[in-house]
Design a protein around this ligand. Structure first.
Ligand SMILES: N[C@@H](CCC(=O)N[C@@H](CS)C(=O)NCC(=O)O)C(=O)O
Length: 265
């Protein structure tokens, strides 16, 4: 069987894991290609993404664009890539023929789930169910945006106070909502079944675990750590759900190795 969707991204990336977890649950083959973040500046950003030799780079000088988010270097993005992905971001998914670009990791995850529409409840069982899941995904994107700014600031070695204040507020608001949703006792965030809402939650919270690597930097800046035992006590259902799903057979191949590299100090 050939891959039904192609995804290009830096690796490892929990936002790509949204798609690979769904693919595992639905028996879908994905073609995932990419490399470590610092290597993607040596890649051609295209449906046929590939590493460029020095000679290739000189030939493709006209494709160079200044990176905006998460990359400091110049990036080689083809016109076709930007036509398919107008915001120029990764993860970048393509239909198998390369004609259709799908961007934003939540939308890529939905696209994978739709490949087996009607055969599972991951994206709800009807229109209203899907809309409820969309609500959690939208709330997740708001949280994810602040986490992204926070992680990139930490990676850059400087954490502006307003960035820390923003993620503190986003974390409190998102986690309180997830805790409340789980307090209904149905077992999953959107109800009685595992859905995209759970997958989005686990992967975005996993990304925030990058904070583990920067405790010293936070202390130096007099800023509190957010992922603490106290937070686990404030949101017990949410963290238990996170731990349980990280160990789930569809999540563990992505979440296990990712979180092991981010062990709590
Ligand atoms: N909310 C987006 C985030 C995508 C994003 O911002 N990607 C950044 C890397 S973290 C990017 O591709 N930057 C490319 C550039 O700056 O040109 C998602 O979930 O897919």
């Amino acid at each position: 069987m050939s891959a039904e969707l192609r995804i290009f991204s830096y690796m490892p990336n929990p936002r790509v894991a949204k798609a690979t977890i769904v693919a595992r649950l639905c028996g879908i083959e994905l073609d995932v290609r990419g490399a470590a973040p610092n290597e993607l500046s040596d890649w051609l950003w295209d449906f046929e993404a590939r590493p460029l030799s020095d000679e290739d780079k000189a030939k493709h000088e006209h494709l160079v664009r200044q990176a905006k988010t998460g990359f400091t270097a110049r990036l080689f993005k083809t016109e076709a890539f930007l036509a398919a992905h107008p915001f120029g971001t990764v993860p970048a998914a393509f239909s198998a023929d390369g004609e259709i670009g799908i961007f934003e990791s939540n939308s890529i995850m939905r696209a994978v789930a739709r490949l087996r529409e009607g055969q599972h409840g991951l994206y709800g069982r009807d229109g209203l169910g899907a809309s409820r899941i969309d609500s959690f995904l939208d709330a997740g994107l708001l949280f994810a945006r602040d986490v992204q700014v926070y992680v990139l600031a930490m990676r850059g070695g400087a954490i502006p106070a307003h960035v820390h204040a923003g993620v503190t507020q986003a974390f409190a608001s998102y986690m309180a909502g997830i805790e409340r949703a789980l307090s209904g006792g149905h077992g999953f965030i959107a109800g009685k079944e595992l859905t995209l809402a759970d997958i989005c939650y686990v992967t975005e919270l996993a990304l925030m675990h990058n904070e583990f690597k920067y405790h010293e930097l936070l202390a130096k800046n007099d800023l509190p750590v957010l992922l603490t035992n106290a937070a686990r006590e404030t949101y017990p259902l949410a963290f238990a759900h996170f731990d349980r799903l990280c160990a789930h057979e569809a999540f563990a191949p992505d979440m296990g190795p990712y979180l092991r590299t981010l062990k709590a100090p």
